[in-house]
Design a protein around this ligand. Structure first.
Ligand code: ADP
Ligand code: MG
Length: 316
């Protein structure tokens, strides 16, 4: 076969590079929500409120009462790799915040229209500014504001037609967002959360700051979940392995669910751990086998005794 000429290698334009990178950081509306809520938590907010329109494609709005953003930082707020959480590489050892890469807001401005309203302590008014492709679209304008930061992400993936179309056909993004906020709300119990769909009068998640984890679980997952929980604790301070401490709740046998839901935070980060989930599922499956065996033997003996009666009846 005749060898083909190799294709030419070209340098991608910066805007293509940025949009591709942004699309990886922000895969779907729920990823934008996660980044925004983590920023609000990092800003020491005690109240975080979300409004979502059209599964997050039309609008994601997050309002918090955190420390706000300084006027002089607004010009670089949405540039890539700008952050208040990390300065030296070594800081990574001791980092307590969720964010540190300075990529989330920047990414959002490459795939959506972002508007920030913020006020810092002691100021008489706040500032509002919109961003596109990492940069301010206008000078920050003074405006009325309450404590904290209010971020609007509009028309997500307006410039990624294929992604927008796939997401438009799937209606489950709002439920993914509700699920995410529910999880945050039962972990960060000292913060009040709300999440509402645009046009709805009732919020789908609504919690008030509390000191009781069970109260938080009750207001998110309902009375019957909260009523049937067993507390579990485990720790290991063998210094030769890693030191860990865990606290949690699990449903007891009175609570029947179609599938296992596991909410796991490691060092305050929401994580998926399929290995742990599988291990837990095996435990419940073992129970299931015992139960199935029991039912099976009951049915078997009932059948046997009914056969005996039948035989007896046929004989008479
Ligand atoms: P990172 O969280 O990794 O620092 P982001 O792009 O998410 O990067 O945010 C950039 C910076 O913007 C943050 O470091 C923080 O200083 C500021 N910021 C973002 N959201 C908020 C908020 N809700 N309140 C206060 N500051 C914020
Ligand atoms: Mg962040």
């Amino acid at each position: 076969e005749e060898a083909k000429e190799p294709p030419r290698i070209q340098r991608l334009s910066e805007s293509v590079v940025n949009r591709i990178a942004a699309g990886e950081v922000i895969q779907r509306p729920v990823s934008a929500v996660k980044e925004l809520v983590e920023n609000s938590l990092d800003a020491n907010s005690t109240s975080i409120n979300l409004l979502v329109k059209d599964g997050g494609l039309k609008l994601i709005q997050v309002s918090d009462d955190g420390h706000g953003i300084r006027l002089e930082d607004l010009p670089i707020l949405c540039e890539r790799h700008t952050t208040s959480k990390l300065s030296a590489f070594e800081d990574l050892h001791s980092i307590k915040s969720m964010g540190f890469r300075g990529e989330a807001l920047a990414s959002m401005t490459y795939v959506a229209h972002v508007t920030v309203t913020t006020i810092t302590k002691g100021q008489l008014h706040g500032y509002r500014v919109s961003y596109r492709d990492g940069l301010m679209e206008n000078e920050p304008r003074p405006c009325a504001a309450v404590k904290g930061t209010h971020i609007m992400v509009e028309n997500l993936f307006y410039n990624m037609a294929a992604r927008r179309k796939t997401l438009q056909n799937s209606s489950d993004d709002y439920s993914k967002i509700v699920d995410l906020i529910s999880r945050f709300a039962i972990h960060h119990i000292n913060v009040s959360f709300s999440c509402r769909k645009h046009g709805a009068t009732r919020a789908d998640v609504h919690t008030v700051a509390t000191s009781s984890r069970l109260d938080a679980i009750r207001s998110v997952y309902g009375i019957s979940v909260a009523r049937n929980l067993i507390k579990i604790e485990a720790s290991d301070n063998n210094p030769s392995t890693s030191i860990f401490e865990m606290q949690g709740y699990m449903s007891n046998a009175n609570y029947a669910a179609k599938k296992i839901t596991m909410v796991l935070f490691i060092n305050d980060r929401l994580v998926e751990c399929s290995a742990l989930k599988r291990a837990i599922e095996i435990v419940s499956l073992l129970n299931q086998e015992v139960i199935i065996e029991k039912i099976q033997s009951v049915i078997e003996s009932r059948l046997r005794s009914s056969n005996e009666t039948r035989t007896y009846q046929e004989q008479t």
